[in-house]
Design a protein around this ligand. Sequence first.
Ligand SMILES: *Cc1c(COP(=O)(O)O)cnc(C)c1O
Length: 386
Amino acid sequence: MFEPSEHRPTEAIVDLNAIQHNVRLMLDQLTPEQKLYATVKANAYGHGAVPVAKAALEAGAKGLLVATVDEAIELRTNGLSQVPILVLGLTDPLGIAELLHYNITITVSDSDFFRLAYQQLEATNQLSLLDLYHLKFHLALDTGMGRIGLRTVAEVEQFIEDVSAFKWVEWEGAFTHFATAGGGPQDYIEYQFEQWQQLIAVVPDTVPLKHFANTAMGMWHPYEPKSDIIRFGIGMYGIDPLDRPLAELPEFERQLQPALQLISEIIYTKKVPKGHSISYGATYTTTTDEWIATVPIGYADGWLRRYSVIEVLVGGVACPIVGTINMDQMMIRLPEALPIGTPVTLIGKDGHLENHASELAQKVDTISYEIFCGISNRVPRIYLKD
Ligand SMILES: *Cc1c(COP(=O)(O)O)cnc(C)c1O
């Protein structure tokens, strides 16, 4: 992993006010019984897990969602010692002592986890930990995602029987995940919800948290009974799960505020005469005398080679990237001579222009999630908060 490069003008500016605005906007849609959990996996989709988690909790989130145990420990060791943290992926039973110690809630896909975890505690003379701590878990149910979780009523019934043997576990939740809520055939949502109802009917009433809603399911699909938890992810970062063009956004999505701006500066400019090539592969040749500027960002920062179709914003003007994007630098064409130090906006607003992540995602044939997660650790994150 890179350390952030502080001695370079390339930065991701994360507006925590926007995160809080988006959390409150979603909370307004929920009933008082429903809880919002902030999805901060993958370093909060590249926005920075600890600051985003703290901002979301302040705005009313009741729990945090991560993908791995390491992500959970990062939060626990940075001041988030009490809040529920659920690991959405599967974890290794050999790590049971750490899970107990850090009070991490896990997702299980079968009861083997408990058997293996118990054996591990036994083998390492740590069974006494179970006098102090209980292991909280949520059961994953696969209703059509085909990823993790039990698939049939028979499997769930068997699980219920098996889990009763483990007195040191606390069955806190059961959940599923929808494959097409954020795009794809919409009748598949109906199908998955039917599967969900069948499976969840078998889960004991003593399990308090039954949840199925990510951002898209939380915003658009008012299925009953409602999801006890909204696992709020992309919407918290201010982005429509479908990356629709801004002009086509419905009222609610239009109110989301994008939290992340990716900015840099011109570090060098020159007038290049007609007929000269720019960058690796000499794929671009000037067609007239052109002002070319160098910007210190490249694919090692997550600004990928295929992003060269994107125009960046300089002084309120959209400027094309010329030639291939390098590892650490790229070149752009300016409308006129501009001084070194002129700001360059890659993601975000500049005057009346905006490089919205959804729009960029459409342009480079991906989803905004991937653009955000790709911004590498070399790019310092700067936080704004009132
Ligand atoms: C990542 C994730 C979410 C959040 O999804 P968004 O579309 O970003 O809201 C919710 N649930 C699960 C299981 C996830 O893996």
